[in-house]
Design a binder for this molecule. Sequence first.
Ligand SMILES: C[S@@+](CC[C@H](N)C(=O)[O-])C[C@H]1O[C@@H](n2cnc3c(N)ncnc32)[C@H](O)[C@@H]1O
Length: 266
Amino acid sequence: MTVTITDLTGLPRTLLFTLRARAEEHGRSAPIISDPLAAEWHGRIPPTPMEVYTAVFQLGTAVRAHLYDQIARQFIHARPRSLIVELGAGLSTRFDRLNDYPTNDYQTIELDLPPAIAFRRQFDAETDRHTFLPASMTDPGWPAQLPAIPPEDILFIAEGVLFFLPPDEIARLFTLLRRHFPGATVAFDVLTNRFSPKARAAFAATDTPMQWFVENEADLAQYGLAVQESRVVTHLFPKRWAALGFDVARLKVGKGNVVATARIDR
Ligand SMILES: C[S@@+](CC[C@H](N)C(=O)[O-])C[C@H]1O[C@@H](n2cnc3c(N)ncnc32)[C@H](O)[C@@H]1O
């Protein structure tokens, strides 16, 4: 299947936005993340309208990528033979960003909807340690396609995606993870009911509305998740938020976009 940029619609199209955010971050003088591959891939993509793309989206995406990189590095350090599965991988370049890591025994699987994986293949090729899995993350068929690795050695990363799914699909996803991978770790970002009404309205006006919100982290227990760590995206890199006109003291007391790391209950 060849998927061109004009064929990319709905949720798979959102992968262009986060790629652009990482590419632009890489081009800054003191970047939060360095991501030469994202810059290269983004440079190969023809200019395309991105209605929801703003400087705030760009910064939030870069901070989030930085947080997930930290989580992945810690995991690989503790479990050198680990497997990282990116759920809704899009054009994630994390495998390349972490490739300087001394322990090179871990593997990465990029899971995404078939059109997104077909698009990815135009930029990236599979290797023994880095493979692609075309599937919906809520499809009960994909867990059987993972290599036989103890769940404790698996880190699932769902970056910038779960809030696009309706709550019933979120429940189905976590039920699936719990059934097949008890004891695994999952890192994901979750929006609280206090998340920016402006950003919500911008996405609501497109075919990719944000659909999943929680009141607070305690809401995650219902999915069989034991939250181990959570970081608020707008609490990091205060100078960058201030440069966009935010009152940092006010940001500090708010909690709209949280990156959580949780253990999947046994
Ligand atoms: C905003 S992009 C984020 C991509 C990547 N994680 C990143 O941060 O650059 C959201 C991605 O989630 C994927 N996605 C949405 N729903 C999905 C589903 N049910 N199963 C797998 N992937 C999904 C989309 O195709 C898209 O590539």
